[in-house]
Design a protein around this ligand. Structure first.
Ligand SMILES: [Zn+2]
Length: 67
């Protein structure tokens, strides 16, 4: 089994923006290959205008220090 949908979706924002770590991208790619609902979520992210996507994030490429 791969990662859970919840974990996958938590990472999709970073994935779409190219901010996910290589191992996270690999996990997400593997999950998306087997999970149509998460592919739909990904498609939704990609339909967002780039400006909106950027507006939701602070400037800079650093990752938020969440726990
Ligand atoms: Zn999923």
């Amino acid at each position: 089994m791969g990662i859970a949908c919840e974990r996958c979706r938590d990472r999709l924002g970073d994935y779409v923006e190219g901010l996910a770590l290589p191992e996270e991208r690999a996990e997400i790619d593997a999950h998306l290959a087997t999970c149509a609902p998460c592919r739909e979520v990904l498609a939704g992210y990609r339909r967002l205008p780039a400006l909106l996507s950027r507006a939701l994030r602070p400037p800079g490429r650093s990752r938020p220090a969440r726990k």
